[in-house]
Structures are given as C-alpha cells and as structure tokens.
Design a protein around this ligand. Structure first.
Ligand code: GRF
Length: 219
C-alpha cells in the first residue's frame, strides 16, 4: 500500500508530470510506498490531462473559471487534493497564483519548478529575460512553495549554457531537458523524506545535494 502519495497540479502540456511518471515507473517508486495518486488541472483542456488518462492515472479538474474568486477556487482545490492525503503536492506548469492560505496549508510539502536559476528571473518570460540580460548560464530551480512568488527555499538547480544564436525557444528546450531530470529526483527525495523544510531552510544529506545540483554536460 502506497503511503506517500503525490498529487500533481498542471495547467498545460504536462511534460514534467510525464517525466515524473516515467521515473516513478522506471525506478519502481511503488516499492518504497511512493505513488502518483492524482493529476489535477485547473484547465479542462490541458493536454497533460489526456496524457495522464492514457498513462492510467486518476485525474481531476477544478476549473478556476467556475468559481467567483480565488479563495473559493482554492477551497475546492484543497478539497480534491486532500482526498488523497498527499505527502507531496507538485506544481508542474500550474499557472495560477496561490494565496497564503493555500500555500500554508501545504507548508513543507508543496514544490514548484521554475524555469530560471532563482533568485534570478522570478515571474514569466524567463528565457527571453535571460537572453536579454546576457547571462551565460541559465537553468531551472526546484523549490518549496512559499507565500512569496518564486521565493521559497531552494531544493535543487540545473544549469545550462546560453549559446550564440539562442532564442527563447532553443534555450527553453535545452533547459526543459534538465527539468525532466531534476524534477523527478527532487520529488522522489521529498516524498522519501530525504529533503525537509525546517525553519525556512532546506535540510538534506550531502549525497542528495549532489543529485540535485545538475549541469547540462552530466546528462
Ligand atoms: C516548465 O517550463 C516549468 O519550468 C514551468 O512551466 C513549464 C511547464 O511545462 N513552471 P510542462 O507543462 O511540464 O511541460
């Protein structure tokens, strides 16, 4: 019986969800009692939902447009998520800003992946902003979600070079490949209890730190 359940929230194509699902299969997370219990989307038309159904996962939709305000939407979302009593809630391309109330409810067990090396380039259009800023190294960050947008404690990061001729798409593509390696590792480590949030700091053993500091030439 799985006792460490993961609920994944998506809004779009869901490639990070698929990467996590594939790692879970390949590495037999079930043996450690870790399983993806449900994939939830705020958009009924999210392509990732279809993928989740094809792969045999439970899915749910909580359409934000059906609620009068953010609080009502989040209340409904919490109700769906808490049916699974998840050890980890994973934001994977979930495009809604979440209130303190929601975030605090899942304190220490809600993760996000941001497509930049935080604390640089919080918010949107990160790849274009990285190119415009002329940085030579870009990447992605997995972090605990806090009330501050893209401001929670950092769990792991992956770095890619910015090369001549890059545009936002080529850079996004290069970074996404590493997202698909980093995020499953981070989710597994949090679900397994190897990574914990204590007093707003992330604690983990040295070997996990190594696994969660990735460079593009390693994959
Ligand atoms: C990724 O680039 C991730 O960093 C950001 O949203 C995108 C989601 O992509 N948070 P996908 O839906 O997982 O393919």
């Amino acid at each position: 019986m799985a006792n460490k359940k993961i609920v994944i929230l998506i809004s779009g194509r869901g490639s990070n969800f698929v990467a996590i699902a594939q790692a879970a299969q390949r590495e037999n997370w079930a043996q450690e009692g870790i399983e993806i219990a449900c994939v939830v989307s705020n958009r009924p038309e999210a392509a990732g939902l279809e993928r989740a159904r094809e792969l045999g996962y439970e899915t749910a939709v909580v359409d934000h447009k059906a609620y009068p305000d953010r609080v009502a939407f989040e209340k409904a979302l919490i109700e769906v998520i808490d049916r699974y009593d998840p050890a980890v809630v994973v934001l994977a391309g979930f495009m809604r800003i979440l209130t303190d109330c929601f975030v605090n409810h899942y304190d220490g067990r809600i993760l996000n992946i941001h497509p930049a090396l935080l604390p640089l380039f919080k918010g949107l259009d990160t790849h274009q902003r990285a190119i415009d800023a002329g940085v030579r190294i870009h990447g992605c960050t997995v972090h605990f979600v806090s009330a501050e947008l893209d401001g929670g404690a950092i769990i792991g990061q992956a770095a890619v070079p910015v090369v001549p001729g890059d545009d936002a798409d080529t850079l996004a593509h290069r970074a996404l490949k590493l997202e698909h390696v980093l995020y499953p590792r981070a989710v597994k480590a949090v679900a397994a209890g190897e990574v914990v949030l204590k007093d707003n700091r992330v604690e983990m053993p040295a070997h996990v730190v190594q696994q969660l500091a990735l460079f593009s030439n390693e994959i």
